[in-house]
Design a protein around this ligand. Structure first.
Ligand SMILES: [Fe+2]
Ligand SMILES: [Fe+2]
Length: 285
């Protein structure tokens, strides 16, 4: 009996021993499995999120790229337009200069030579490449005021009398009046050059009798470049001067009519100035 009970008990105990771990293992596996599922779901969700984020970013990258491209395109258009405007200004200035000179029967090459001499003076004087180039653009305009001078005075073969000289000299003031209203840098500088290209270093020039550095450097340079070219060329009223005669006048007028520093530059680099005259001579036209 005892044995039977004992056996029964043992069996029960045995059953419990067998069953319990099974139940325990199943729960654990189920938990692990559910954890695995949850983990897989979370991972999948995360991957989806990352992918969606990538797509959003790619889309916004594309949009940004498109906006950037459009901006670049507009910028290019603006640059082209401003270059066009600048080129037009240069052409207008050069043409007006040529008109001014043609009235006094000077050749188109006169203004081209004055432009080149002026740039060379500007660079040796120490102006920047940009300022020297600006002067090159505006110096051909120095005599634009001559469009308003009557032919009888402008092209008189002999010497001008006092009154005629006054009329002739008014071209500096007239040129300035013609150009002074513009807000454009090029035209503003052209106005200054027209106004001041007959001022003398010693204050004895016209129209305002400015002295020394009161005269804009563009005016001082154009004055010397213009005289150098005018003297070396044949005009209705005179033969071309020899170089020696021009050099003598320049030595004489250093510190009087002309800025002494510019005269020094001229003699230091005289070969280069002569070279410009030769390369743009009137017989090539
Ligand atoms: Fe002049
Ligand atoms: Fe001139």
């Amino acid at each position: 009996m005892n044995d039977i009970i004992t056996n029964n008990e043992r069996r029960k105990n045995d059953d419990r021993r067998i069953e319990e771990p099974v139940i325990y293992d199943n729960k654990l596996i189920a938990e692990i499995e559910s954890l695995q599922i949850a983990f897989a779901e979370t991972t999948e969700k995360l991957i989806k999120d990352v992918k969606r984020q990538d797509k959003i970013m790619a889309r916004s990258d594309k949009r940004q790229q498109k906006e950037y491209d459009e901006l670049q395109k507009k910028l290019k258009e603006v640059n082209e337009l401003s270059k066009e405007i600048e080129d037009t200004q240069k052409e207008v200035i050069f043409t007006m200069g040529a008109i001014g000179e043609s009235r006094s029967r000077e050749t188109g090459n006169h203004v081209k030579r004055v432009a080149e001499y002026s740039k060379l003076f500007a660079l040796y004087y120490g102006l920047s490449e940009e300022d020297a180039e600006l002067l090159k653009q505006v110096s051909p305009m120095h005599d634009i005021g001559k469009v308003a001078i009557p032919d009888s005075v402008l092209n008189k073969p002999g010497r001008l009398n006092f009154d005629e000289r006054l009329i002739m000299n008014s071209h500096a003031q007239i040129g300035y009046e013609m150009l002074k209203h513009s807000n454009r840098k090029l035209l503003k500088m052209a106005a200054t050059v027209a106004y001041e290209h007959h001022e003398n270093w010693d204050g004895k020039g016209y129209p305002r009798g400015l002295k020394g550095e009161e005269i804009h450097i563009y005016g001082r340079i154009t004055a010397l470049a213009d005289v150098f070219d005018a003297l070396g060329s044949e005009r209705v009223y005179k033969k071309a001067w020899s170089n020696e005669k021009i050099f003598e006048l320049f030595r004489e007028e250093k510190g009087k009519q002309f800025d002494p520093k510019l005269i020094d530059i001229f003699f230091e680099h005289v070969d280069e100035f002569i070279e410009i005259r030769v390369s743009l001579n009137d017989f090539l036209e």
